[in-house]
Design a protein around this ligand. Sequence first.
Ligand SMILES: [Zn+2]
Length: 193
Amino acid sequence: MDFDIVTSNNTPEKFFSLISKYWSINDNKLFIHSEKDLREEYGRKFKEIVARFSSTLIKVNCALCHSSFNILAKSRDVLIENLNTDNKICELCELYSPNYLGYYENKELDVKSQYDEISEFEKFILKGLVSLKSKMLIYRHIFNNNLEDKDLWKLINGLEKKGLIFIERTNDCKIKSFQFPTEIIKLIKDNNF
Ligand SMILES: [Zn+2]
């Protein structure tokens, strides 16, 4: 996840180095310059200056529809919290997607421990879903074109309830696409059965 520092035309040039130092993070998403150091270098009012003349825009992709959108962060806490949270949902999906509510319930679940608890057969199906990805290929090669397979649907709905997959549906509940948490994609790639 990436972010931009935002300043305005009113931001005096003399504050640019403070602002850029204030928001700089390293690869581990930790701030490079401590507030103590910045206070020593720029004086007691450094935070007020940063707050008045700058903010950050985090560029994220919606976990449900994949459209990109920005999150405004005006403080270090908000910036870091957002940089460390996966599966952001855009405003429109939050408002209109039927997947959002189900997704929200599962948000707190630890995907890794959910994955560890499912059976080998469920893992096999999940691996197939992740690898094939497209709805058409999943119907063809996992269902073998038999969409009436109730046991398979039961298993897949179970995976969805555990937060291991997200099923994007249209308004009339038809399946639009299968989506997977990044953690699951990584886990399956790493295990490379
Ligand atoms: Zn969205």
